[in-house]
Write a protein that binds this ligand. Structure first.
Ligand code: 4FV
Length: 246
């Protein structure tokens, strides 16, 4: 997958190109990430990318011309077939379904705003979709862009060592993830659940599914509202309800 990130702080993206799963995706060629700085497309001595807002008010607004030139360059770098996304609190909040859909795109251009935001004429004419990572205000769109890339790159076949990892992730099947444990068996008096030590894979699968259902029911019950439960999941939820303390 080819991604072009537009940002006045391109070096921030080292956080995903140089580390972990996304870093390995880059080194193994599953992900090509170009960073494009709108300052490259300025012509004044101060390389100005922002200006005061019309109508007054606090802060600065990112100017259209440098951003549009950067988007032009980004689309070309990605190879023409690109979905142009602006990360902003005004966008649809990113969820797993959107992540899986974005992973199908041939290329992505990710626009990270700074200051109060971006001149609206860029959003109207050049941006296909605004996406938010949550209902709060960040200092810039870069971290949001990196969250999106990290989630999307995990969907690319071959990126995760064990293909099941993506499927078993929280939300991949619409449920929260089950608890995980590793050595030692006893830690500060707390023991690993016996079922995980026995090697009975079917019993472990069932325990993990029940734990996911219970955790989802308690922490994010609305996820169960939207979900078509299998017969096994319905049985396990009934067990959970019966086991609930009165
Ligand atoms: N929440 C979010 N999800 O994506 N992006 C944001 C976000 O807060 N962006 C900042 C708003 C003004 C500044 O330009 C950047």
């Amino acid at each position: 997958m080819r991604v072009a990130a537009i940002s006045i702080f391109p070096e921030m993206f080292r956080a995903i190109t140089d580390y972990g799963v996304s870093g390995r995706a880059v080194s193994e060629g599953h992900l090509v990430l170009d960073c494009i700085n709108p300052r490259t497309f300025t012509h004044d001595r101060h390389r100005t990318v922002d200006d005061r807002p019309y109508g007054g008010g606090p802060g600065m607004v990112m100017k259209a011309e440098p951003l549009e030139a950067a988007i032009d360059e980004a689309v070309e770098r990605v190879g023409g077939e690109a979905k142009v996304i602006c990360l902003s609190p005004q966008g649809r909040v990113l969820d797993q379904a959107m992540v899986e859909s974005l992973a199908e795109e041939p290329g992505l251009v990710l626009l990270s705003g700074r200051y109060e935001g971006i001149d609206e004429r860029v959003l109207e004419s050049w941006v296909d979709e605004e996406i938010s990572i949550g209902d709060y205000v960040l200092s810039g769109g870069e971290l949001a862009a990196m969250v999106l890339v990290d989630a999307v790159v995990r969907q690319i076949p071959g990126v995760l060592g064990h293909s099941q990892s993506a499927v078993e992730d929280s939300f991949a099947d619409g449920l929260l993830d089950c608890p995980h444990y590793t050595r030692p068996e006893a830690h500060r008096g707390s023991r690993v659940p016996e079922v995980l030590l026995g090697g009975d894979h079917e019993r472990i699968r069932r325990w993990r599914l029940k734990q996911s259902l219970q955790r989802t029911l308690i922490r994010r019950p609305e996820l169960l509202q939207e979900r078509e439960l299998t017969a096994e999941e319905q049985r396990l939820l009934a067990e959970i309800e019966n086991e609930r303390p009165d």
